[in-house]
Every structure is written in structure tokens, then in C-alpha cells.
Design a protein around this ligand. Structure first.
Ligand code: NCD
Ligand code: ZN
Length: 345
């Protein structure tokens, strides 16, 4: 098979940032994806429906008039979130989901939830509305090893949360472990997960062996190869709980290549090609449509996109940098300088 036509995919987890960065990175997603769930971890975070609506306007104003790309907005859950505001945003079609970041778990998450007991009223509202809760599934307890933070979150936080809120629907964002795969399978229809290209293509050896690679540092951090294999098996199964979410998260080179480097990989221009490579290597290209284009909309209760994209086999070198406002603010894409086996026609 040298070409592959899919329903146009959607990105169920994307960081578009704001200002000049937004303007620079938006075309890379809008060229390929039909819709994207836009993460709210701006500085300051998007916490109200009005802020999400204003952010959506800033995104839309940068799209060419003929673009059909649709940003699906989220708000950042805080101890102060107002259930009424979230319900109004959902009913009016401004909001698609609510994002839970445990306070301090990742980039720009200082305003996150400190204790889940404080957001019970919001969670009850989400249950009633059928509105998904998207979770950054890592505990932040300093005693927990960084490689165990996702598995411990599922056990100690998410399982009890689902028991307390029996109708709550949850997406485990950027799943990285076999425990997350098992957790999704144990809650069919109720818990789904997004999986990034980097967690399918790479493991912690890629990050650390032969020198530290700051551009492969993201959160949750890359795990050992056995987890990578479990993720590949899950996404290539075509099962409905697993769907595409790039977690494309641009940071400028100088914020990545420094003593304390930021977490996040910029994958938007090449993510679909990388997923194709993973599915191709697993002899499962026939399952890419389910993962990339069908399972996500089904989980969110939306129709699949009606138009298509076609991938074709071709050797393409990934550019080394994308300049935002000039050379000083460049972003280095994931796999920069490496050769991809697929391109989007
Ligand atoms: C994301 C970012 O930079 O906003 N970083 C990352 O490593 N994935 C935040 C997140 O999704 O955790
Ligand atoms: Zn993210």
C-alpha cells in the first residue's frame, strides 16, 4: 500500500498557545486536522467560558477564510470553577470539555486543582451533562517516582473518582503506560485515552542514552519500552477507547535547551505522518482510520469528518526549526533533521 486515504483526522489534545506562537503553529494543525481540542494552559489559564470564547475568536481570526478547521475549547478546572458557567459554556457550544491538571503537574499548571474534594459540584454537573473530563493523569506527590506518577494516579485518584461519580466520562490524556491501557479497557465507553506520537515511537532510552535529548522531554515523561509496546498494541487494535491526541506543545529552543528545560514536544506538522509510520511498522495501517478519525468523534458524540486526507509513501526530511518572530524564537519540531517515510498529499 503506497497511499492511504482516511477520514480527515482530529487532534483530541493540542496546545496552540497564544499571540505570535499561536499564529506560527496554527497553520500546521489546521492544514491536516479537522478539529482539535485546544488545551487551556495559557498564562494566565483559560478558566471561564468567556475566556474560552475569546480565545476561540483569537484562533479563528488567524485562520484563512476558507479553512474548515474547528477549535474545540476547554476550560481549566480550578478550586474556584463555577458549575453554572461551565454548563452554560457547554450548552452554548463554546466548551467541549473540562481539563483537570493536578496543581504543579506540568507546564503552566500552578492554578490546577489542589484537592478533588473541592470540585465535587463541578464533577456532578459534568456527569449530568455527559461532558467529558480530560485529565492530566499524574500525581504530583514528591515521594512518587516520576516514572510511576501515571500508574499511581490511576490507582489512587482516578479509580476512586469514577466510583464517587458513576456517570462521569473521562479521557486519560497522553496515556503512557500499560496500566493506562488496562484502565481504559476496564471502563469501556466511559474512559478513553489519547496517545501521542512520541510515546508510540520512543521510550526513555531515546531520551537518555547517549546524551540527554531536551527536545524529547515531555510530560508524562517517556517510559520504558514495555509500556511503549503496550501502547502500540492498544492503538493498532482499533478499539474505541484509544484515539489520536498529539499533545503538540511548542516551546522555543532556548526554553528547551537550558539548565531547567520545559516539557513538551512540537509535533503538529508531522504527527499524522509519525502515526502512519507506527501503524505501518505494526502492519496495522487498516486500523489508522479508527484511531485517527473515528474513535475520538465517537467518544465525544460527534460525527466523523466527511472529507478525507491522503498519505503517501515518500522520504521527507523534517525541518530543523520553525521561526516564530525571528531566529531567537525558533521552535524545533519533534524528529528535526530526521527522515519520515510518509507525507500528507
Ligand atoms: C504541555 C505544555 O507544554 O503545555 N507539556 C507537555 O510536556 N506535554 C503540557 C502537558 O500537556 O502536560
Ligand atoms: Zn498537553
Amino acid at each position: 500500500m503506497d497511499t492511504l486515504t482516511l477520514h480527515r483526522p482530529d487532534d483530541w489534545h493540542l496546545h496552540l498557545r497564544d499571540g505570535a506562537m499561536l499564529a506560527a503553529v496554527l497553520p500546521d494543525s489546521a492544514a491536516i486536522m479537522g478539529r482539535a481540542v485546544v488545551m487551556p494552559n495559557l498564562v494566565p489559564p483559560v478558566v471561564t467560558t468567556a475566556q474560552a470564547a475569546a480565545y476561540r475568536e483569537r484562533i479563528r481570526s488567524l485562520l484563512p477564510p476558507d479553512s474548515r478547521f474547528e477549535p474545540l475549547m476547554t476550560v481549566y478546572l480550578t478550586d474556584q470553577s463555577d458549575p453554572q458557567d461551565i454548563e452554560a459554556g457547554y450548552v452554548d457550544g463554546v466548551l467541549s470539555a473540562v481539563k483537570l491538571y493536578p496543581a504543579g503537574a506540568t507546564t503552566n499548571s500552578d492554578a490546577g486543582v489542589t484537592t478533588l474534594g473541592r470540585v465535587g459540584r463541578v464533577l456532578e454537573r459534568l456527569e449530568r451533562l455527559g461532558m467529558p473530563l480530560l485529565v492530566h493523569g499524574e500525581v504530583t506527590d514528591p515521594d512518587i517516582d516520576i516514572f510511576d506518577r501515571e500508574a499511581v494516579f490511576l490507582d489512587r485518584v482516578l479509580a476512586p473518582l469514577l466510583a464517587r461519580h458513576p456517570a462521569l466520562r473521562v479521557v486519560v490524556e497522553h496515556a503512557t503506560t500499560s496500566q493506562a491501557v488496562d484502565f481504559v479497557r476496564a471502563h469501556p465507553g466511559r474512559v478513553g485515552c489519547t496517545v501521542t506520537p512520541q510515546h508510540l515511537l520512543l521510550n526513555r532510552n531515546d531520551l537518555l542514552v547517549g546524551g540527554i535529548k531536551p527536545h524529547l522531554y515531555c510530560l508524562p515523561v517517556l517510559k520504558r519500552a514495555a509500556h511503549q509496546q503496550a501502547l502500540i498494541a492498544a492503538v493498532t487494535s482499533g478499539e474505541p477507547g484509544f484515539f489520536l491526541g498529539t499533545d503538540s506543545a511548542p516551546h522555543t529552543v532556548h526554553r528547551k535547551e537550558t539548565a531547567v528545560g520545559c516539557a513538551g514536544c512540537y509535533s503538529a506538522p508531522i504527527a499524522l505522518q509519525l502515526y502512519a509510520q507506527v501503524f505501518d511498522q505494526a502492519h496495522a495501517l487498516d486500523k489508522l482510520d479508527a484511531f485517527a478519525s473515528l474513535n475520538g468523534p465517537a467518544f465525544y458524540g460527534l460525527p466523523a469528518n466527511r472529507d478525507t486526507v491522503t498519505l503517501e509513501r515518500a522520504w521527507v526530511v523534517v525541518p530543523n526549526r520553525l521561526e516564530i518572530t525571528g531566529p531567537a524564537s525558533a521552535v524545533r519540531p519533534l524528529m528535526a533533521g530526521q527522515t519520515l517515510a510518509w507525507r500528507v498529499r
